[in-house]
Design a protein around this ligand. Structure first.
Ligand code: PRX
Length: 640
């Protein structure tokens, strides 16, 4: 907040930017309506922009369209089928593919025909559990083509997490691969599916891409190889017309951690989602026909859905997509890719920037990164030091850094600089995107004037790609987002607006943590730890971490006065990985004979957070036994 440096837009970018300064003067309804008519192709045009009142607003009444048609077919029909959609870089050296829009169409049509033969049709619910292979994009588009809503589950999630999502959506089909490559090793996906599906009676069929060639068990009455499913299928678009969908038809569900143990099924619908993602993609990254764009996220998260798949493809963009990690085979993998493809836009997370920063500038210095014009950040607050490093080392001191704030629920970027207009401040996301309005409120729900204190970030009007609810749980939807300040969307983040009216995001204010840009729930991790037979109680909180942003800290009491040790801690970490996934493993486990509780028996997480953050303890007067925290502090200090 004391950061005072500013960076005006580079003149050449400002002169030809997609967004002109008067974009901020546009009336939100006029803005979205114009974008919707110009940017999307409708088989039946909509008759009204929106209908209803929060929290159940619908958009583009009466409109009919298909997401796959908007992402693929219409570009081929418009004569740009030869344009590259993806430069794909597999992890094994020389495993590369260049996929044009015409190639993509052929592959999608073939897959959609094959999926049809495997029983997938309009309205079928499908779970997708894959790595970063072209077949993942093809799968999402083919399902959209057929009108089959899907949920993509990040490949790092455990069988239990996968099963929970399959079960919640009652999926009948699962699409997966034998394994995926990660640092030269095979991550076994199919066997996780086997474990998950064993407890999911809704599943009749799985389709398996052969990627790594590892041994897998194929259940005769359930499992099909992808190559068999698509064999002999037509790749002619006319053989598989795009299903005409209503604007509000469910496109996909993305499960995201909330403040309870059960992940929330965030629902996104067809028209609004496509519009929100493509409009922001164009203006925030200043995408031109010749741009080579790279969002280095995983498609298993919302960032990948919105800014690897749907937004860029609606805009007929050429993208890079890669499998693997930034440090394999070498730590210069990203910079080598940027140099070879002359990438113009890079979009990544602060945790990745800080990791590269820790490795040193020598890896980036080896490569010509002069093609970059705009670089972006998402997922957590970016500290000014990382922001400056990113701009200087990767952006050559030239490129704007767009710090984009948004969420799984918002579907699209909501608070962000526009690179040709905004004067940047390191660490600030600056302004609501055109057509978006936000306000920071105090405890009582009063707006805090610019230059004032931090408070609750709220969105004060609706936007096209907003979540349409939580799958099967309206009550939770209303309660989580719309009840604290009626009529406004509560983001769950703290924010502050400076005297210039610019927004600074401060991190989560609820029981959600951002670790390496991944969203984790304290309660979900607590439940996973308590699930271990030797654990009596657990409380989870987080502390700051130089690389991952936040790090998970767990306080654990074992059953029967047993003292924990390093071996037990590592066993509990593995248990969390088994229940949720490796991303949720606690960085620290502090064993304690008791957890601090109020007289009514409520665990005082606030005090545990003070201990984790090495702060002076807050008010301890309501503790049943104040000596408990002293003991925890002593143990935590001994571990540090
Ligand atoms: O806390 C905010 C943080 O990430 C949360 C949303 O997480 P998720 O739904 O997983 O989506 C991540 C990718 C959009 C937010 O509530 N967050 C995201 N972007 C930023 C951010 N915090 C600060 N600055 C950002 N630019």
């Amino acid at each position: 907040m004391h950061e005072a440096r500013t960076f005006p837009p580079p003149a050449e970018l400002a002169e030809q930017a997609n967004a002109r300064p008067d974009i901020y003067d546009r009336d939100p309804d006029e803005f979205w309506e114009t974008e919707a008519r110009n940017r999307l192709s409708w088989s039946t045009p909509f008759t009204a922009l929106k209908e209803g009142a929060v929290p159940y607003v619908t958009w583009f009444t009466g409109g009919r369209l298909n997401a796959c048609y908007n992402c693929v077919d219409r570009h081929v029909e418009a004569g740009i089928g030869d344009k590259v959609a993806f430069y794909w870089e597999g992890e094994p050296a020389d495993d590369k593919r260049t996929i044009t829009y015409a190639d993509l169409q052929r592959e999608v049509v073939r897959a959609a025909n094959g999926f049809g033969s495997a029983g997938i049709t309009r309205g079928t619910h499908v779970a997708v559990y894959m790595g970063m292979v072209p077949e993942l994009v093809v799968t999402m588009l083919a399902l959209a083509r057929l009108g089959a809503p899907f949920t993509v589950v990040f490949g790092g999630f455990s069988p239990d997490s996968l099963a929970g999502r399959i079960d919640d959506m009652q999926c009948t089909h699962v699409i997966t691969q034998d394994g995926s490559w990660r640092r030269g090793k095979v991550v076994d996906l199919k066997s996780n599916v086997d474990t998950a599906v064993a407890g999911c009676p809704s599943v009749t069929t799985t389709i398996v891409v052969r990627r790594t060639g590892n041994d897998v068990v194929m259940a005769e009455d359930r499992d099909l190889w992808w190559h068999d499913v698509i064999a002999g299928q037509s790749e002619d678009a006319a053989s598989c017309p795009c299903a005409e969908m209503d604007s509000e038809d469910l496109l996909f569900v993305m499960y995201s951690s909330g403040t309870t143990g059960k992940p929330k099924g965030v629902m996104h619908t067809t028209a609004g989602y496509l519009l929100g993602t493509s409009t922001t993609h164009s203006y925030v990254f200043d995408i031109k026909p010749e741009s080579v764009y790279w969002c280095a996220a995983d498609i298993g998260w919302i960032t990948g859905h919105s800014y690897i798949v749907f937004g860029p493809l609606v805009n007929a963009t050429t993208s890079v997509m890669y499998e693997g990690t930034p440090d394999f085979p070498e730590r210069d993998r990203w910079w080598d890719i940027i140099e070879r493809y002359r990438v113009t836009v890079l979009y990544t997370a602060p945790t990745a920037v800080r990791t590269h920063m820790k490795w040193g500038t020598q890896y980036a210095d080896k490569h010509d990164l002069s093609s970059l014009k705009v670089i972006g950040s998402v997922g957590e607050p970016i500290n000014p030091e990382a922001w400056i490093w990113y701009r200087d080392t990767i952006g050559g001191g030239r490129t704007p850094v767009v710090d984009t704030w948004w969420q799984t629920e918002t579907g699209m970027i909501m608070i962000t600089p526009l690179p040709g207009i905004s004067t940047l401040k390191p660490g600030a996301a600056l302004r609501p995107f055109p057509g978006v309005t936000a306000e920071v409120l105090d405890e009582e729900g009063n707006a805090i004037a610019p230059g004032g204190a931090a408070g609750y970030l709220t969105l004060t009007s609706v936007w096209p790609s907003m979540l349409r609810g939580l799958y099967g749980d309206n009550e939770r939807y209303e309660q989580v987002y719309w009840s604290r300040f009626p009529g406004r969307y509560l983001a769950g983040d703290g924010a502050r607006v400076d005297a210039d009216g610019d927004f600074w995001l401060m991190g989560r204010i609820d029981d959600v943590m951002n670790v390496s840009g991944h969203r984790l729930s304290t309660i979900e991790i607590e439940s996973a730890i308590v699930d271990h037979p030797e654990v009596a109680e657990a409380a989870v909180t987080s502390r700051p971490d130089e690389v991952t942003g936040r790090a998970v800290v767990a306080y654990v009491t074992l059953k029967g006065d047993v003292e924990g040790d390093a071996a037990k801690a590592s066993e509990l970490r593995d248990h969390v990985a088994k229940v949720i996934g490796a991303i949720a493993k606690p960085a620290n486990i502090v064993f304690t004979p008791e957890l601090p509780k109020t007289r009514s028996g409520k665990i005082m997480r606030r005090l545990l957070k003070d201990v984790a953050e090495n702060r002076t303890l807050g008010d301890t007067t309501t503790l049943a036994d104040p000596t408990v925290v002293d003991e925890i502090q002593r143990r935590a200090a001994a571990m540090a």
